[in-house]
Ligand binder design. Structure first.
Ligand SMILES: *Cc1c(COP(=O)(O)O)cnc(C)c1O
Length: 418
């Protein structure tokens, strides 16, 4: 018998392709930075300068919301422990029950929490692969090629339960072919892709679900809070409500302004999927829960998601996106997703431009393989509702200045992509 390694991962190869770029970015001071948040989405650098954070995941600025921060502090003090140090499948804190019940009501779905969205993927994907959620038939597990790291990292584990297939990005014809040829199929994707530019074709996926019984699995980390009624997210808002052949995971660390990750198991009140996941695999079973500070933050953030303030923040974000598009050309231009990608000429150029931008007062994340595909290096901007017009105009002007002497980058910025 021959061993067949590297069917799904090859860390040594990854290292050889990316490590010098990480080193270069660290030397340039744009990777591994230690910055202090200083309010209003700004960062304080170690040498005392205040810079605008142009790459924060906190799309609505809720990470700094005083009510959420105060609720986190109050929750630890009220409960009296940060962690209760016993697996939740044995015993649960009332505040955990409260947080999950509030989230279930907000998303109109049966919701459980874990320490991160990544832990949510780990808790659910192997169980989905097993067939426990699809009538006992292990589904062919189809991944979109651009599905997030936290999903792709589980391919090897899932492949021990079922057949795992990766299809080109958003290739609905390939997916339909697989649906036609197999009794059970599950599709795993991001609803909003984290490097910008694209979203899942949700309406088409729902059509395949209705026609073939396709199981849909969405990672909503970039759209929860950001879009949809009460911040229900991109896929859930289009679907109207979750059904028993759909599961979603999301992060509560990003737009939501809380802590941890959430799993939407299916229709509210249906405990069967939650039990199957909780009893058979992953961190929901054998890892500790979100701590009480995080749970307090979640309960408070749910209140905010039900208020007019959320609507105002969502609208302000859309206005900032529109204004950004008026002054900066980027991949993703014109869509409602708060992520914009400025493709540049090379990895080194990307790091250099990021360094110049930091000197000009703007932190913008330099990306290269494996964050984006090889040869696709560039800057990733994430817009925030709490950015001012001046922040955006200042960024545009500084970027123009930095790119002025780099005509090859200017061409890439307009025409580049993935
Ligand atoms: C950031 C991100 C995650 C990870 O979220 P955590 O809660 O920090 O684990 C998962 N999926 C996508 C698409 C992301 O961008």
């Amino acid at each position: 018998m021959t061993d067949r390694f590297h069917q799904y991962t090859d860390i040594k190869k990854l290292y050889s392709l990316s490590n010098s770029n990480w080193d270069y970015a660290a030397e340039a001071g744009v990777h591994g930075c230690v910055f202090e948040p200083s309010g209003g989405g700004r960062l304080q650098t170690p040498d005392g300068r205040s810079v605008v954070n142009m790459s924060s995941y906190s799309y609505l600025g809720l990470d700094e919301h005083p009510q959420i921060v105060a609720a986190a502090v109050a929750a630890v003090q009220r409960v009296g422990v940060l962690n209760s140090s016993l697996s939740r499948v044995r015993m649960t804190l009332p505040i955990l029950e409260e947080a999950e019940s509030e989230l279930s009501s907000l998303f109109d779905a049966e919701v459980g929490t874990v320490n991160s969205c990544a832990a949510g993927a780990w808790a659910t994907l192997p169980v989905l692969s097993s067939g426990l959620l699809t009538g006992g038939i292990a589904p062919v597990l189809v991944f979109d090629k651009r599905a997030h790291f936290c999903l792709a990292a589980l391919k090897a584990l899932c492949a021990d339960e079922t057949r795992v297939v990766t299809i080109p990005h958003n290739d609905m014809e390939a997916l339909e072919r697989i649906c036609r040829e197999n009794r059970a199929v599950a599709y795993v994707c991001d609803s909003v892709y984290s490097t910008g530019g694209t979203v899942a074709p949700v309406a088409e996926l729902v059509r395949l679900q209705e026609k073939y019984g396709l199981f849909l699995y969405f990672d909503e980390a970039h759209s929860t809070s950001v879009v949809g009624t009460n911040g229900r997210g991109f896929a859930l808002d289009i679907m109207g409500s979750i059904n028993e052949r759909t599961m979603l995971i999301t992060s509560l660390n990003k737009g939501f302004g809380g802590s941890g990750g959430a799993i939407m198991f299916g229709p509210r009140g249906d405990l069967s999927v939650r039990r199957a996941v909780q009893r058979n695999s992953g961190p929901l079973m054998w890892s500790q829960r979100i701590n009480t500070a995080g749970l307090g933050a979640i309960v408070e953030s749910v209140k905010l998601h039900r208020s007019a303030e959320l609507v105002r923040l969502q609208e302000q974000l859309q206005e900032n996106i529109r204004h950004f598009d008026e002054v900066v050309e980027s991949v993703g231009h014109g869509n409602t997703v708060p992520i914009r990608y400025i493709a540049l000429h090379s990895e080194d150029d990307t790091v250099n431009v990021s360094r110049c931008m930091l000197e000009a007062g703007y932190y913008v994340e330099p990306d290269f393989f494996p964050i984006v595909k090889r040869g696709g290096a560039g800057l990733r901007v994430r817009l925030r509702s709490t950015m001012s017009r001046d922040d955006i105009d200042g960024f545009a002007k500084a970027l123009d200045g930095v790119l002025k002497d780099r005509p090859e980058n200017r061409a890439a910025a307009v025409h580049g992509g993935f």
